[in-house]
Design a protein around this ligand. Sequence first.
Ligand SMILES: [Zn+2]
Length: 186
Amino acid sequence: MNNLNEKLIQRCENSCELCASEQPVTAYAVSPENHDSIANEVAVCSTCLQQLEKPSNPLYWQCLAGSIWNTEPAVQALSYRILYGLKDEQWAGEIITGVEPDEAVINWALSVYAVAAEHTDSNGQKLQNGDTVVLTQQLNVKGASFNAPKGTIVRKIRLVPDNTEQVEGKINDETIVILTKYVRKS
Ligand SMILES: [Zn+2]
């Protein structure tokens, strides 16, 4: 456990920065940063700490629907990171598609999901988070009520960390997974 320093206690108003319902007991450093500065830390309660260290109840993290809007980048990054890990759960997916944190916060959040290899488009060009791409063929979107024609522009794509053949992007306000072989960087 790391002591909560005065400034951090003031910042969080003595309330857990993730669930906002209990008193914080420790300062949690959001990796890869360390305890050098409270800008890297999140004040968490014992219940949140337990779920961080030994996740047992994904639904517990529904509380992050509030903390994701915190103005502290460390709190945003940690909330986004946890929710991203649960994004296959509909509620978690909905929360993260409803927010648009800074690129730096997203990169911080997703840094734990190691990128094994590079994402490349249909021409072998390297893709990065935030790129704009064009669909090189029509996409039939599973579960969605529309098809995306060839030539559709998708802005601000997100690399799927554990799969270099996939990126995510918004089409018609729905976030969908797109295969990198069907996109061209624009
Ligand atoms: Zn908490």
